[in-house]
Unconditional design. Sequence first.
Length: 179
Amino acid sequence: MTSLLITFRSPAALLTFPRKVNEDSNFQAAIPRYELDRLYEFTSVGFKTITWIAYLILIISGFTIFINLYKMVKERAFDLALLRTYGASNFQIIKMVAYEAFSIALVAFLLGFLLVKAALFLILNFSNLGNKQNMIQELGIQDILYTGVLVLIMVTLSLILAIYPILRMNISTILSNEK
């Protein structure tokens, strides 16, 4: 297998030369950008499907975070009511719950990021591709930031919905129903 990389002086030659080579000789000419675009066109359905599955997992994770935060607030209602009787404001209690939510989300995000980086490292370095072109790409900083912003928005929405019981808390009823 022999290959030759040619640069053109004019854009018109870029379009006409490969077609002329393919028609008039036994050689095969290919424009890498055009061929990669065709490849991505064929595989775009798979990429889009994986992207939608990832968004679905993110939404399910958001519901899970909301349920866990809401459950935590309900289970700690007595403790939170005690804090209110000792002088803590609603804002301080909400801030405490928010710190817990964002710290859990940060640890989960960092752990997920490290696992993805480790998996990509293993795939890229230990796959037996030889001299073949590799389609797997490293995660860019823009992708990481985009995912981080989505997680932050998801946790914030979950937190806003989960603090409702704190705002509606009747301290005397909660403290009188102690078990």
